[in-house]
Ligand binder design. Structure first.
Ligand code: KG4
Ligand code: ZN
Length: 334
């Protein structure tokens, strides 16, 4: 069965055609990021307008790239939240319209759960995917995005149980704010990663690993960077600050994720969300997993770490097979 996935939770208008919940036939993304750059953050009204302008075209392109017609699609999947209400609405309305006119089922998909499902996806040209086998169930899922940092226990029935979350800023948000403090631009994650490659992670003493529970906190480290960079006696260069910050965040994510695995006696970890595109993070998680016998860590194909329609189409299909579907009362959920 072919499912169409529509994602409009933030600034990306994305659509994708996925076969049987696993093989990505196309993934098309239009971003309004350049319109937000000068504000150093996403402006909901601008995102809303951009979604309305591009959603039809993006969907048409996704069908063309997959070599399919809209009538070939058996299921319409759409992000129901969390996200910006003004961004979610155009996607949900468009998906409802398609579902109604085509007489195809509609399913609203949770954005965070979909980020974890991205590790189950594989590209049409299988050579692009590092690993053919998807994660085995149950697994621990870590979502690290611009708005969320959450741990889930995903059980054998594909039910997501929240077991930890950030109490303040999200990891991606911290990357964005630290990049702003260092005057590096927006979005901060990819820039910090690039700059950190030339810096020393020992340059500045930073930590955000916090107490021995499964929650995260990243607002303290952002404030620490703000004070330390404002201190005239401070001689650490911005590259070293970026590297030290990145290391501290990744160590905190590592510690809590492996703690969640140990506490639940689970040997499989899947990481998703924009921050999971970070190569330093991937290397550290893979190194730690490699040092534990029988432990596997999974990441999405690199371009499916960030917001995309394929993860929505994939999880939508999986949930639909479980008998879940939405009606036309579907509305944005926070
Ligand atoms: O999942 P995502 O595309 O959107 C949300 O659902 O929020 O994540 C976007 C976040 C941004 O905060 C961005 O700075 C961060 O992911 N990000 C990264 C990297 N690429 C994107 N953070 C660290 N390293 C990266 N390479
Ligand atoms: Zn996301």
């Amino acid at each position: 069965m072919l499912s169409l996935g529509i994602e409009t939770s933030c600034d990306e208008t994305a659509a994708s055609v996925v076969q049987d919940g696993r093989i990505v036939l196309s993934s098309v993304i239009a971003s309004s990021l350049r319109l937000h750059k000068k504000y150093q953050g996403i402006i909901p009204e601008i995102a809303f307008r951009a979604h309305i302008e591009s959603i039809s075209l993006v969907t048409r392109r996704a069908l063309e790239a997959a070599g399919k017609k809209i009538k070939d699609v058996g299921l319409i999947c759409v992000t129901k939240g969390p996200g910006l209400i003004g961004s979610l609405l155009p996607g949900i309305s468009f998906a409802k319209g398609l579902s109604y006119s085509l007489k195809k089922p509609l399913i609203g998909v949770d954005h965070l759960q979909a980020h974890l499902y991205a590790s189950f996806l594989t590209k049409r040209a299988s050579g692009q995917c590092r690993r053919k086998e998807p994660p085995s169930l149950p697994f621990i899922g870590l979502v690290v995005s611009g708005g969320h940092t959450s741990l889930f226990l995903v059980d054998k029935n594909f039910t997501f149980r929240p077991i930890g979350a950030t109490v303040d800023d999200a990891a991606g948000e911290a990357f964005d704010k630290v990049a702003k403090i260092l005057n590096l631009g927006y979005p901060g994650g990819p820039i910090i990663e690039r700059v950190a490659r030339k810096g020393s992670p020992e340059g500045m003493r930073l930590s955000c690993s916090g107490p021995e529970d499964l929650n995260f906190s990243f607002s303290g480290i952002k404030t620490a960077v703000l004070y330390k960079t404002g201190d005239k006696r401070q001689k650490t260069g911005y590259r070293d600050i970026a590297a030290s910050f990145q290391k501290a965040v990744v160590e905190a994510l590592l510690k809590k994720s492996f703690m969640a695995c140990e506490r639940n006696k689970i040997n499989t970890l899947a990481v998703g969300g924009g921050v999971s595109a970070n190569r330093y993070l991937r290397e550290r998680f893979e190194y730690e997993a490699g040092s534990r016998q029988g432990f596997e860590v999974y990441f999405p194909p690199l371009d499916l770490s960030l917001d995309n329609g394929a993860m929505i189409a994939g999880l939508g299909y999986r949930l639909f097979k479980k008998g879940i579907a939405s009606d036309y009362y579907l509305s944005p959920a926070s």
